[in-house]
Design a protein around this ligand. Structure first.
Ligand SMILES: [Zn+2]
Length: 394
């Protein structure tokens, strides 16, 4: 009898928790500041208006995950897709989002200012915003910065992994320091930041080197965003931010949105990856001098790749390790400076349980389990980013 009573209490508690997760999560405004589905799927012709098997995101799944506002990343790498260059790439990608919004007027809306963001949320639509990832897209031209603003760009990441002639990236400042020609922001780079402030474009400092990061904070008059970066002290990789940087963002009133990539969440995952990639290099090098038929060499490399994939899959971090990054920022500077910047459709590995955009409620559940108040959860899921948008947008 006692056992039945205990089970009943346990069942009721679980039920209440599940209900409260659902209630708190659906009432909260969830803002994700980074998703790469335009460059990784939509441009290839994948129609995310309907539920798709490929990738992490589509309109149905965003709804299921309780997402209210999604920044769509406009990205092109060091080499432009179009022969006309990066700026043309950016416009093409922006067009692909416009087409998606036009096809789905009752389910999503592209917002250009804070009022439109709030209106879209009230209407229960997915509010889409445009974030351009990489200052190389403006091709050293303030006129093109302004043109992208006219085409609804509302944040710009000053660099991607590649530096521009006016801003150095985290990758170059840390991994290619010897060949780096210029560190931090040049005078032109400072003009870019000032112009972004004037126009109402949020300055995004994810991917920037530390020097660029501090130079930009010295110039900006508005709160900044880190659209997809995690905590260096938990996982010390070049893309994550150090304690002093987190404190500087808090002082500026900005927000750091946690990137979900396994290699930025877990130090062990990152270290194993480096080790195995080193092993792969050694294997390939050894095979060059071996007198084996080419198809046998190919088979050995394929066999290694299979082993690599399964070893990395088995080493994915737990969901709680991702929440540790949020927790770390909250404990260091308070609950006003952390947010969600998944990088869905831009990463090859995610923590267990966070496989696609339907899974955000699990973060809410973990925060509740750790004793976070509803007020704190609302800030972390979206309130903090809304504050930064309001302070920047015209
Ligand atoms: Zn990125």
């Amino acid at each position: 009898m006692r056992i039945i009573f205990f089970l009943l209490v346990l069942f009721t508690t679980t039920l209440v928790t599940a209900q409260s997760v659902k209630k708190i999560h659906s009432k909260a405004v969830l803002v994700d500041t980074h998703n790469d589905v335009l460059s990784s799927g939509v441009l290839d012709g994948i129609d995310i208006s309907k539920r798709v098997k490929e990738g992490h995101s589509d309109l149905d799944r965003w709804k299921e995950g309780g997402v209210d506002v999604q920044f769509f990343s406009v990205w092109t790498g060091e080499k432009a897709r179009n022969k006309e260059g990066f700026f043309q790439d950016a416009k093409q990608e922006i067009d692909s989002l416009n087409i998606l919004a036009l096809k789905n007027p009752f389910r999503m809306t592209l917002a250009r200012n804070y009022r439109e963001v709030k209106k879209g949320i009230r209407q229960g639509k997915l509010v889409a915003l445009i974030g351009v990832e990489g200052g190389h897209m403006i091709e050293n031209d303030l006129g093109k910065l302004e043109e992208l603003y006219q085409q609804d760009m509302r944040y710009m990441t000053l660099t991607w992994n590649n530096s521009t002639s006016w801003a150095s990236s985290a990758m170059d400042e840390t991994l290619h320091a010897d060949s780096l020609k210029q560190k931090g922001l040049t005078d032109f780079g400072k003009k870019v930041v000032k112009r972004m402030n004037e126009l109402g474009i949020i300055v995004d400092l994810s991917h920037t080197g530390e020097q660029t990061f501090y130079d930009a904070l010295g110039v900006t008059t508005k709160p900044v965003l880190l659209s997809h970066s995690s905590v260096w002290n938990i996982c010390p990789v070049f893309r994550n931010v150090k304690d002093d940087q987190i404190k500087a963002v808090a002082k500026n009133g900005g927000v750091i949105c946690i990137n979900f990539y396994s290699g930025f969440i877990s130090r062990e995952y990152d270290q194993l990856q480096k080790l195995l990639l080193g092993r792969k290099d050694s294997l390939q090098e050894a095979l060059i001098s071996q007198a084996l038929p080419q198809d046998e060499k190919d088979r050995l490399v394929m066999q290694f790749n299979k082993y690599y994939d399964s070893a990395m899959y088995a080493s994915r971090p737990a969901l709680s390790q991702l929440v540790d990054h949020i927790d770390y920022i909250v404990k260091l500077v308070g609950d006003d400076y952390a947010g969600i910047g998944s990088d869905y459709d831009g990463v090859g590995s995610l923590p267990v349980g966070l496989e696609d955009v339907t899974t955000y409620p699990k973060i809410t559940e973990e925060l509740l389990r750790r004793g976070y108040s509803k007020k704190s959860i609302n800030k972390i899921l979206g309130g903090n980013v809304l504050r930064v948008m309001k302070a920047n947008f015209k």
